[in-house]
Design a binder for this molecule. Structure first.
Ligand SMILES: [Zn+2]
Length: 139
């Protein structure tokens, strides 16, 4: 590995560009790079070891985990609503029928769900076990 000195280029994580980029070394302390200048955004900042991030869009996102959590939350909410409204009959869904909040219905594709919200005109939000869906009804 070649010796790093001020003026040489090094790959560093840029805190502004949020990815690993070529930087020019500005300051060294012994054999350690202390300060670098980003060749992309021209900003000076402390040297940060490359993080393996070459494209911010491809960086692993905690969002994927959140989506999974949200799905579990929908399923739990659905189970809770089904329990709360267990006394109500389950109606077959039809866009020509009218549904009120708390009504239980059965959809040919999504299965059993609970009406959670009215969206005027003639739409309603339904909590199915796998997701929330907006369907048309008679209002
Ligand atoms: Zn930069």
């Amino acid at each position: 590995m070649e010796t790093l000195t001020a003026g040489k280029e090094v790959i560093s994580y840029c805190t502004k560009c949020k990815m690993d980029l070529m930087h020019v070394i500005i300051a060294m302390k012994g054999d350690r790079v202390m300060k670098v200048k980003c060749k992309t955004c021209k900003a000076d900042h402390a040297y940060k070891a490359a993080k393996g991030v070459t494209d911010p869009k491809k960086a692993p996102k905690p969002r994927a985990k959140k989506a999974g959590t949200a799905k579990v939350a929908v399923e739990e909410e659905w189970a809770r609503l089904m329990r709360e409204n267990s006394g109500k009959p389950i109606k077959d869904y039809g866009s020509d029928l009218s549904f009120a909040n708390g009504d239980r219905l059965k959809h040919p594709v999504f299965g059993e769900g609970i009406v959670t919200r009215q969206i005027y005109p003639r739409k309603m939000e339904i909590c199915f076990s796998m997701d929330l869906k907006v369907l048309i009804h008679a209002g």
